[in-house]
Design a protein around this ligand. Structure first.
Ligand code: ATP
Ligand code: MG
Length: 392
């Protein structure tokens, strides 16, 4: 046996030690790992040289940074504004309600929304993410493969066409003419069975598109899309919409790559929240992303946090709302869609998602209903220049 000592510059917690041991023993079969205050001693068969092993340990220590923590980041700022900005934004028609749960956006609010999307897109570019564009609907088969109807029936919105025959079309046209009395349309015998539904999340189309791939290269992907869930705010607010907008960055490949990518993005998102001067934190979510028993079991075994949330303070509601999330799916999608990495192992995946309306709303809630009230460095970071109050 050969012996390599690697300095860690810190004492590792038990969860981090278990993770390092497990990963090192996978890469170096038969290895023995011993932990000291600020070093790790690896006894191995000598298949790899000292430099390679020191490099591997360094990478694993980086990946393990978040493993023993529930609170990953906290930017404790004191918001200057305490009112709900929505009445003002509706009075200037920057936000126009189309129907409870969905809105038209324009003017300053839309500028901020697009600037945030641009910032998250830039984050994706920094890691060379492959850009993708998805339809706003999922085929029923996609819902089925990930057991979505069973796990999240409360969020499902299905789409069905009018049946494909002349009599039904005529009956439909007669029943729902302009002068008829109706506010909703019954999904009855005139409608065909739903073959697809409105997409309730962005990232799943990425894994679906990789179905039956073997020798998958580690990669990041990104997509911005509309998302639909059967829910809405209790008070017509922008905090919970039926149709909202999300940019996701997905990372798919071997376990080590996926965990490393997650850590890279946790750090970039922390910088992002700091630059926005938001009173915000990143912490473990209490709702696990996937709740089927096998996955939950392995979560407890591995002590990996599956989901973190980016939480921003909403002063007038005196609570936090999730403006984004960081998810680790383990091999859930790799198994559901039969995706294999270069080594033939089932692919792991993870994603981050930022909700544009939520984050834009949180910024207005904390910095003020008029852009001229916002801290100049925040406007500069978003590329929005100097704003002068137009006295409305
Ligand atoms: P919540 O716990 O608030 O329902 P979630 O855990 O369901 O959020 P995710 O599935 O992680 O949210 O979705 C990613 C992001 O999409 C959230 O962090 C949030 O910014 C945004 N989002 C989720 N649901 C809504 C909604 N109904 N309206 C507006 N934005 C939303
Ligand atoms: Mg939700």
């Amino acid at each position: 046996m050969k012996e390599t000592t690697c300095s860690t510059a810190q004492t590792l917690a038990n969860e981090q030690r278990e993770f390092l041991t497990q990963m090192l023993q996978t890469s170096l079969p038969g290895a023995r790992v011993e932990f000291h205050a600020d070093a790790i001693n690896v006894q191995h068969a000598g298949q790899q040289d000292d430099a390679a092993i020191v490099g591997m340990v360094k990478r694993l220590v980086y990946i393990a940074r978040s493993l023993n923590k529930d609170l990953l980041f906290h930017n404790a700022a004191t918001p200057q504004f305490e009112r709900d900005p929505q009445p003002y934004l509706e009075s200037t028609r920057e936000v126009i309600q189309v129907h409870p749960g969905f809105f038209t956006l324009q003017g300053g609010f839309l500028e901020v929304f697009k600037a945030i999307n641009g910032r998250v897109r830039a984050m994706a570019d920094e890691v060379d993410a492959i850009e993708q564009e998805y339809p706003a609907v999922w085929p029923v088969r996609l819902f089925k493969q990930i057991d979505y109807f069973h796990e999240f029936p409360h969020q499902v919105i299905l789409c069905a066409p009018v049946k494909d025959d002349f009599d039904t079309r005529k009956r439909f046209a007669d029943t729902y003419g302009k002068d008829a009395e109706f506010e909703t349309v019954a999904m009855d015998q005139m409608m065909a069975p739903a073959e697809y539904g409105l997409e309730p999340a962005v990232c799943d189309c990425c894994y679906y598109g990789l179905e039956n791939t073997s020798e998958l290269q580690n990669a990041y992907y990104t997509c911005y899309n509309k998302v639909f869930r059967n829910e809405r705010s209790g008070f017509g607010g922008l905090d919970r919409l039926t149709c909202f907008s999300v940019r996701d960055i997905m990372f798919v490949g071997d376990e080590q790559f996926v965990l490393e990518a997650r850590q890279v993005l946790i750090e970039r998102l922390s910088t992002f929240l700091t630059s926005l001067q938001l009173d915000a934190k990143i912490e473990t979510a209490n709702d696990p992303f996937f709740s089927n028993d096998a996955v939950m079991k392995s979560v407890f075994q591995n002590a990996h946090r599956l989901k973190y949330e980016l939480l921003a303070r909403i002063p007038h509601l005196d609570r936090d709302i999730a403006v984004g999330s960081i998810n680790f799916h383990r091999d859930f999608f790799g198994k559901a869609f039969n995706i294999e990495t270069l080594t033939g192992a089932t692919a792991f995946s993870g994603c981050i998602g930022v909700g544009m309306e939520r984050l834009t709303y949180a910024l207005y809630c904390q910095h003020g209903e008029r852009l001229s009230q916002w801290p100049q460095p925040v406007l500069d970071y978003l590329g929005l220049g100097r704003r002068v109050d137009q006295g409305r």
